[in-house]
Design a protein around this ligand. Structure first.
Ligand SMILES: Cc1cc2nc3c(=O)[nH]c(=O)nc-3n(C[C@H](O)[C@H](O)[C@H](O)COP(=O)(O)OP(=O)(O)OC[C@H]3O[C@@H](n4cnc5c(N)ncnc54)[C@H](O)[C@@H]3O)c2cc1C
Length: 389
């Protein structure tokens, strides 16, 4: 291994490190799963990425592409791998205002892109709660969505085309259907063309309380008919109590029209409450966050199931994605949780991806799709071993 590390340092002078104090930051991501990075390389061009892939092929080493490391499924965790940290490839190549698209390098953060787009009154409307740091390629690779998924969907709805370096070191196109949700297993994204939307401006919000699940869901259904609704976030009484709120159901609605009762400062306070949910619940010990998704007609049954398990949740209630929170010592409850998701014909992941943490629960359809695409893009299997499949 020392020899390999030396050769890497020679090949990538000034763009590589194998020092333990640097590597420790790359052994994990936000999932808390730990692995081992052999070395980290910071490519600055697609040619650098090609060189990394060819080096890995020659030495039969695994390569893990890494954006900002905010992933929650352990998908960027190395296994004696070379980590390609894409943060130096972070330019906006083109913004076409008339045709509403942007071409970007992979490592740009979503918030950085949206800040630049403000001056032409455009945006990428997919808004994960981690948008201030997470990278565009990380969002593509996990098919990220977020608070406004009910209105704007997920990355697959906004990616027009991507260019990747495949498992032979060749530059090639990958469609949204192929690359979104592939979690770094097919190649390294080096270029992305994104569809844009007019700037989305939240103008008002509501934060309402309910003494029953039924009433809260009824209200959420009614709000879905409001054309200005941007997001609908539900909080169960267990999570609310931990947050120091009244122990009942809460529903937070955000609008791009004036229909909500909360405006300006009050509206921002409500949004901050929502963004702060997981950090606060994590600091109370619930640091494991899951993201199962169930169909609309199963939402009530699934919510009752989680309540009966005594677990806190908050949910993008319009599309049935639940953030169920557990303490690290409660992980044995995951079997029952995902059995229930299976019984309800749900998905093990609504937005965070499969990675390593949900591999054992993921259904055969997803795994077969990745196996098929791997034959096409990475037949030697050098990308992100042990993820999804
Ligand atoms: C506080 C918090 C809130 C979050 N909220 C949301 C949310 O609302 N919605 C949501 O969907 N997610 C959310 N996430 C999860 C996470 O932010 C997203 O999955 C995000 O898209 C990951 O981006 P990243 O740049 O950090 O990717 P990383 O964690 O670095 O990597 C994630 C995956 O992308 C792959 N990848 C990265 N770059 C490339 C590349 N250039 N080519 C090929 N593959 C690549 C990696 O190999 C890995 O498989 C949240 C996370 C945190 C910590």
């Amino acid at each position: 291994m020392m020899e390999l590390q030396k050769e890497l340092s020679k090949n990538f002078a000034g763009k590589c490190s194998d020092e333990n104090d640097r590597l420790v930051a790359y052994d994990s991501d936000a999932s808390q799963v730990r692995g081992t990075a052999l070395a980290v390389v910071w490519p600055e061009s697609r040619e650098d990425v090609q060189k990394i892939v060819k080096f890995a092929l020659k030495h039969k080493i695994d390569v893990v592409a890494r954006g900002a490391g905010t992933g929650l499924a352990g998908a960027a965790v190395p296994r004696n791998s070379i980590v390609a940290d894409m943060s130096r490839m972070n330019k906006i190549i083109e913004v076409n205002e008339r045709e509403k698209y942007a071409i970007v390098e992979p490592g740009i953060a979503a918030a950085q892109l949206n800040l630049a787009l403000q001056k032409c009154n455009l945006c990428l409307p997919v808004e994960p709660a981690s948008q201030s740091v997470c990278s565009i390629a990380g969002m593509i690779a996990t098919n990220a969505s977020g608070l406004r998924a009910m209105r704007f969907g997920r990355m697959e709805n906004w990616l027009m085309n991507a260019e990747i370096i495949d498992g032979a070191g060749k530059l090639r196109n990958a469609s949204a259907e192929e690359i979104c949700g592939s979690e770094g297993t097919l190649g390294i994204i080096v270029w992305a063309k994104l569809r844009l939307h007019e700037a989305v401006i939240e103008k008002s919000a509501d934060l309402e309380k309910f003494d029953s699940l039924h009433k809260m869901l009824e209200r959420a259904d009614a709000l879905k008919k409001n054309a200005g609704v941007l997001s609908l976030e539900a909080i169960n009484p267990i999570a609310a109590k931990i947050m120091g709120l009244d122990s009942c159901y809460h529903l937070l609605a955000e609008y791009d029209n004036e229909s909500g009762a909360l405006k300006s400062g009050e509206m921002k306070k409500a949004k901050a409450l929502r963004i702060g949910l997981w950090p606060k619940l994590a600091s109370a010990g619930f640091s494991v966050i899951e993201d199962p998704q169930v169909g609309k007609e199963k939402i009530a049954e699934f919510a009752e199931f989680i309540n009966a398990s005594g677990l806190p949740f908050f949910a993008h209630i319009a599309d049935g994605t639940f953030h169920v929170l557990l303490k690290p010592g409660q992980k044995s409850m995951l079997n029952a949780l995902y059995s229930k998701v299976g019984a309800l014909n749900g998905n093990v992941s609504g937005e965070h991806g499969i990675g390593t943490t949900k591999r054992e629960f993921a259904d055969a359809k997803i795994k077969n799709k990745i196996r098929r695409l791997k034959e096409k893009f990475d037949p030697e299997g050098i990308f992100n071993r042990g993820k999804i499949i």
